[in-house]
Design a protein around this ligand. Structure first.
Ligand code: ATP
Ligand code: MG
Length: 150
């Protein structure tokens, strides 16, 4: 799923001279998911990365998967965009919330994408959080999903 959603973004990222990297480190990704909804989740996160890019630098978008030691699958979507101030990192998942400066580049939106994302992830018994990107540049969204117990 990660690869197929990433593929749909490849051309868009190229348009902004950006790079899109997918790094699938998860050894165990045995989970049941609602394919359509999880596709939409990944789509929303990558769509935001493109929407909230910094026009003056080439976009870098990175999607990783890995496993922790607690039977979880983790998926991170990282960008080098305009970032989200610390005080808003939790609020962005609220319905209709948009960071006040989010419209600096006249980017339109309803503030619903991340509320939907959180709802779908929680319906899959997972969690999602937003963090500042590495070196406090950009944003990193981290999804945790429980693996099927064998
Ligand atoms: P839509 O409902 O069309 O998705 P939206 O993109 O404004 O509209 P969300 O996806 O819920 O809504 O995001 C909420 C807000 O969080 C955005 O308006 C933006 O301010 C901020 N945001 C989300 N993703 C990022 C990101 N990758 N980088 C910077 N800001 C972001
Ligand atoms: Mg959005």
């Amino acid at each position: 799923l990660v690869i197929s959603v990433a593929n749909t973004f490849a051309l868009k990222v190229e348009k902004y001279d950006g790079t899109l990297d997918v790094d699938l480190q998860a050894v165990d990704s045995s989970i049941y998911v609602d394919e359509m909804h999880i596709t939409n989740v990944l789509f929303n996160l990558m769509d935001n990365a493109v929407k909230y890019r910094r026009p003056e630098v080439p976009l870098t978008l990175m999607v990783r998967t890995w496993n922790d030691n607690n039977g979880k699958l983790l998926i991170a979507v990282e960008d080098n965009g305009i970032g989200i101030k610390k005080e808003y990192l939790k609020k962005v998942f609220d319905r209709f919330f948009r960071v006040p400066t989010g419209n600096v580049h006249d980017v339109k939106g309803f503030g619903l994408g991340l509320a939907y994302v959180r709802k779908i992830i929680e319906d899959h018994k997972g969690t999602i959080r937003a963090e500042l990107g590495p070196g406090n540049v950009g944003t990193k969204f981290i999804i945790t999903l429980p693996l099927i117990k064998s």
